[in-house]
Design a protein around this ligand. Sequence first.
Ligand SMILES: NC(=O)c1ccc[n+]([C@@H]2O[C@H](COP(=O)([O-])OP(=O)(O)OC[C@H]3O[C@@H](n4cnc5c(N)ncnc54)[C@H](OP(=O)(O)O)[C@@H]3O)[C@@H](O)[C@H]2O)c1
Length: 294
Amino acid sequence: MNSRTDTPVTVIGLGLMGRALAGAFLKAGHPTTVWNRTTSKADQLVAEGARLAPTVGDALKAGSLTIICVTDYQVMHELLGASDIEPAGTMLINLTSGDSAQAREAARWAEQRGAHYLDGAIMAIPSAIGTAEAVILHSGPQSDFEAHRSTLDALGTVTYLGADHGLASLYDVAGLAMMWSVLNAWLQGTAMLRTAGVDAATYAPFAQQIAATVAEWLPGYAEQIDSGSFPAEVSALETDVRAMAHLIEESEAVGVNAELPKLIKAMADRSIAAGHGGEQYPVLIEEFGRPRND
Ligand SMILES: NC(=O)c1ccc[n+]([C@@H]2O[C@H](COP(=O)([O-])OP(=O)(O)OC[C@H]3O[C@@H](n4cnc5c(N)ncnc54)[C@H](OP(=O)(O)O)[C@@H]3O)[C@@H](O)[C@H]2O)c1
């Protein structure tokens, strides 16, 4: 990874993730200052060359870039809101998980104190940090991201999403929606097949292939969503709904849970009732795009 190694960095929060982040900076050669409430979690990093700061305020002063990665935004505000903290002029990158409103609020908090602030989201497990596999999303002022990009490269595949500080959190949860949807669909099929003696390992490669095929449809379907036009080039929603009914009947017949297919069919039924039966599946964006009010 192409990281400038002379930039001093600070990592606040040395949980499982914070330790991985600090370790990656150290490995890339960055002078690294760390702080954690439980100081013993810094022992290994100190042995590897990190400096343990006595206070958050001291830690913040040490690096030209400070990463904070703690349990949640409340903890972040508690730590950075202490009276001895002087955020003005510092560059803060918050890799704590949270929602988009919390990210935007934290950005306002930082701006009022004269600090530079980027919000981020880590789409990786600690052991992947420092490898290209670790995707780390950032949002906020582009100039701040570009100024520190070469340092951030030590952490993995760093990506800039846009000026809106809420974007990293939104992409984070969008990714979770994708992950759980794929897993849930696989579990539904696995549950049905197990009733016929087919084990999960046998079905997994078949399911993998279907997931890959469906993934290829996304760019084309995205064009339909972005243009607001859903011609049924492959299949109409009313055809899909008949297959959904079949999935529900089969699930019930073999005695597995049918809640998920019923939920999806209920959304499709509403879309058809609204006059979209002759259009293609992505027209369901209209159902996904509003809260259910009935
Ligand atoms: N682990 C993952 O796979 C993963 C993946 C993506 C994103 N993340 C995100 O990364 C963040 C950190 O996760 P983690 O896995 O490192 O969690 P963790 O191991 O539970 O660490 C939590 C960190 O927050 C600190 N903390 C909690 N309450 C505090 C308080 N009241 N005052 C001061 N410090 C406090 C802890 O300090 P102590 O050590 O003193 O308790 C520790 O440094 C979370 O937002 C998580 O969602 C984690």
